[in-house]
Write a protein that binds this ligand. Structure first.
Ligand code: UD1
Length: 419
């Protein structure tokens, strides 16, 4: 068990660079299984979730090397199509490997993924989409056996624009002799990144970033290529909020401005001064933040992953804010921990009513999930005194060296072994 020790009161000030996107790296790593060649990836974050992905991919037969910050994946000799249950349980995103393995091996065996930290997170949309693709699915003793002898042409309409299900359909359908259209697809930028790398491998996908995606199957992908993963829009949002909550100022480089606009608009509403350049963003926070209302929505709406982080900043804003979580049904666990730090919050179903206090108190708190953990870091940066956040394994799943990055920006934060 590891903890963060944070002494609050220091401003977040200075320049930093974004890391590569976690949510883009995971499906992109899965996509490298489709390429019977060597894929070199730049900007893959060094986090727990990408390490789990490497472990599963090695078991499948991928050779993975790290050289000067680049990840080189040789997928020529894939000889296994089964994902062991213990690895499947470690990470929700392991489910997107199913589509990639099916694409490459025409069969896949896996179990239900882990991760019920923010809601029940079923995979029914993924399995229904596989069935619609003509994939035969059998479930026995908790294992899911998929066989893709001959896929069907046609259109798959998603009941909800699930990010993972959209990615899984793309991964399963890329290597086939059929044309598949997805209606009501997720429009997140990470789907565009996935389309871009697959097309660079020789695939034929169009429409990513819109509700209608078309996948014209190709016989094989066999290229040597290099690809740079897009910046992590949630990490960027987290760093902006860290500067906002400490009345600091920050400049972040390697930013895709169009990806973070929903976050920028809210921070401006909260009183922050923001300057946007081609690939960088600066934020200055001079006064006490102002309350505002947030509703999470699929992209291009306000991202659910930023909900706990911005709510943490709203906890010390002037006035009352209303936050509505529309994507995950159980994403307010972290609020009980924020309450230990003095937050004045009431929860009614999917709505949280946050009455801003002047400043958080330090306390002993526990990370309940990845983004909820980040929300606690922000509160601790603002707090009066020393906060100890335990169970930070959750945070390490998705943030690359967050303590080091924040320290370089002036924060007093250290990682400690033990509670
Ligand atoms: C991805 C992101 C996650 C983000 C989420 C929503 C990755 C690795 N993770 O997760 O950080 O919070 O998108 O932007 O990219 N659902 C079903 N059945 C399914 C699939 C999903 O009911 O088969 C529901 C989920 O429970 C949830 C909603 O659909 O309520 C959205 O989930 P989805 O878009 O699939 O999120 P993930 O791909 O898991």
């Amino acid at each position: 068990m590891q903890s963060y020790i944070i002494k609050g009161g220091e401003k977040i000030e200075g320049k930093t660079n974004s890391s590569g996107s976690k949510n883009s790296s995971l499906p992109i790593l899965a996509a490298t299984i489709l390429n019977k060649g060597k894929t070199t990836l730049k900007n893959v974050p060094n986090i727990h979730d990408t390490k789990i992905m490497f472990d599963i991919m090695k078991l499948l037969g991928c050779n993975i090397q790290e050289e000067k910050g680049k990840i080189i994946i040789d997928s020529r000799n894939i000889d296994n199509y089964e994902i062991p249950d213990e690895l499947m349980r470690q990470m929700r995103s392991s489910v997107i490997l199913a589509g990639a393995i099916l694409g490459r091996c025409k069969k896949a065996t896996f179990s239900y993924p882990g991760g019920c930290d923010i809601g029940s997170r079923p995979i029914d949309l993924h399995l229904k989409a596989f069935k619609d693709l003509g994939i035969d699915i059998k479930e026995e003793n908790g294992e899911i056996y998929c066989q893709a002898d001959d896929m069907l042409d046609g259109t798959i309409t998603l009941d909800f624009p699930s990010v993972g299900a959209t990615e899984n359909i793309i991964l399963a359908a890329t290597l086939s002799n059929k044309t598949i259209c997805i209606k009501n697809a997720a429009m997140e930028p990470e789907i565009v990144d996935l389309q871009n790398i697959i097309n660079k491998m020789g695939g034929n996908i169009s429409g990513a970033g819109t509700k209608d995606i078309k996948i014209v199957g190709v016989e094989k992908l066999e290229k040597e290529l290099e690809y740079e993963v897009m910046p992590d829009r949630i990490e960027i949002g987290t760093l902006l909020c860290a500067a906002a909550i400490t009345k600091g100022n920050i400049n972040i480089k390697n930013v895709r401005i169009e990806h973070i606009l929903p976050i920028v608009y809210k921070l401006e509403e909260m009183g922050c001064e923001i300057t946007l350049k081609e690939k960088e963003i600066s934020l200055i926070s001079k006064n006490r933040l102002k309350a505002c209302n947030i509703k999470t929505m699929p992209y291009p709406g306000f991202p659910t992953d930023m909900q706990p982080i911005i709510a943490s900043a709203l906890g010390v804003a002037k006035g009352t804010s209303i936050v509505v979580e529309n994507i995950f049904e159980n994403r307010y666990k972290y609020l009980s921990e924020l309450k230990r730090m003095g937050a004045k919050v009431a929860i009614e179903g999917r709505t949280a009513i946050i009455k801003g206090i002047k400043r958080y108190d330090s306390a002993k708190v526990e990370a309940t999930d990845l983004r909820g953990g980040a929300a606690l870091i922000l509160a601790a940066l603002n707090a009066n005194g020393k906060t100890i956040i335990s169970n930070v394994g959750y945070i390490l799943r998705g943030y690359e060296n967050i303590d080091e990055k924040l320290r370089k920006l002036g924060a007093n934060i250290y990682l400690r072994e033990g509670e």
